[in-house]
Design a protein around this ligand. Structure first.
Ligand code: CA
Ligand code: CA
Length: 339
């Protein structure tokens, strides 16, 4: 599967090849390092996909002017902090088939723990791709670019950007962006993969949108994953962020972050049992008066198009309540998970 080994020398037209698993230098040409959990090709089931969602954790190359990443001091910020979420790309015009081949390779490598690199750091600043939150509906894909091909990174790499990805635990349950029923919750993280830190312990932290926070002690690792049951239980109309990081003596990994929301009723913007005009008013008050956002935000997406847009969503609700318009899509009228 290893199709290409990149090197600065290659860029200079020389023939020698250098492994990417060396310490990072300013001439590392990779645009994005990725540890992929899953890939979603669009349109679903099509033989010739037009777009790709790449879910996992990523470190994007900086823009050459010094970034804000953990490698700033040592390496001039050439790569940004690892971020979880998804990248969303459309096919690059003129390079459709090479892009589809790379996408297919990504699909095959998803979930295997194989860290990869792709894209071209030297043109990434023109592309402005970004890691999207798991709660953001896919829209306006960034243009994919081929760069130098897909690169597989050794699992014991000492190159800081991919090593950081392999040195982080990965939130698994509740999944990032998911919704779950109210009540007790168990947080589960996949252990980090890098062999340098296999004796690390794990620390979890959970915080709700009201600012209540709870942290675990340093936990012994499970065999492949580690879990923690906080005292904090899931409540309706509350949103949760949880973090997990690894710790071994003075070393601490980057923290991996995930969010989840409780089951909700679409359209139930203000937290009471009645669905009425006050819910539409609350949406508009959020838009125009800076009042509180719906909790969770998904409850305010009354028309279910994946976007919280207060005016169309408030109008949809008003038409339903007073003009016989269509009902909000599920979860409605009973609380339920995000579809
Ligand atoms: Ca209400
Ligand atoms: Ca909407």
């Amino acid at each position: 599967m290893r199709r290409c080994i990149l090197s600065p020398a290659l860029l200079l037209g020389l023939v020698s090849a250098v492994s990417l698993d060396r310490p990072l230098s300013a001439s590392d040409p990779v645009g994005v390092y990725a540890l992929i959990d899953k890939v979603v090709l669009e349109p679903y089931g099509a033989d010739a996909p037009e777009r790709i969602q790449i879910w996992g954790v990523f470190t994007l190359s900086g823009q050459g002017r010094g970034g804000s990443g953990p490698f700033e001091a040592e390496f001039g910020g050439f790569y940004e902090n690892p971020e979880r979420g998804y990248l969303y790309y459309s096919l690059p015009p003129g390079s459709e088939e090479p892009a589809r081949l790379e996408w297919n390779d990504m699909k095959n490598l998803a979930g295997t723990g194989q860290c990869i690199g792709f894209g071209d750091r030297y043109i990434r600043y023109q592309r402005k791709e970004r890691v999207r939150s798991a709660r953001e509906a896919p829209a306006s894909p960034d243009a994919y670019s081929i760069g130098f091909g897909l690169v597989k990174v050794r699992g014991d790499t000492q190159n800081p950007p991919p090593k950081a990805l392999l040195s982080m635990p990965a939130p698994q349950l509740p999944p990032d962006g998911a919704s779950r029923e109210p009540g007790p919750v168990v947080l589960v993280a996949r252990n980090l993969l890098h062999p340098d830190y296999q004796n690390a312990g794990y620390v979890f932290e959970i915080e709700n949108a009201s600012g209540e926070r709870e942290q675990s002690p340093v936990l012994e690792p499970g065999s492949r994953q580690t879990e923690w049951a906080p005292q904090m239980a899931v409540r309706l109309h509350e949103e949760y962020t949880w973090l997990v990081w690894a710790k071994e003596k003075a070393w601490k990994s980057p923290a991996a972050e995930a969010t989840f929301i409780p089951y909700f009723v679409r359209g139930q913007v203000n937290p009471d049992d009645d669905l009425d005009i006050s819910d539409a008013v609350a949406l508009l008050a959020h838009a125009f008066l800076g009042k509180a956002a719906p909790k969770p935000r998904e409850a305010g997406d009354v028309n279910g198009d994946g976007k919280l847009e207060e005016i169309p969503d408030a109008i949809y609700l008003l038409l339903y309540l007073f003009r016989g318009g269509p009902a909000p899509p599920p979860p409605f009228p009973d609380p339920g998970p995000k579809p």
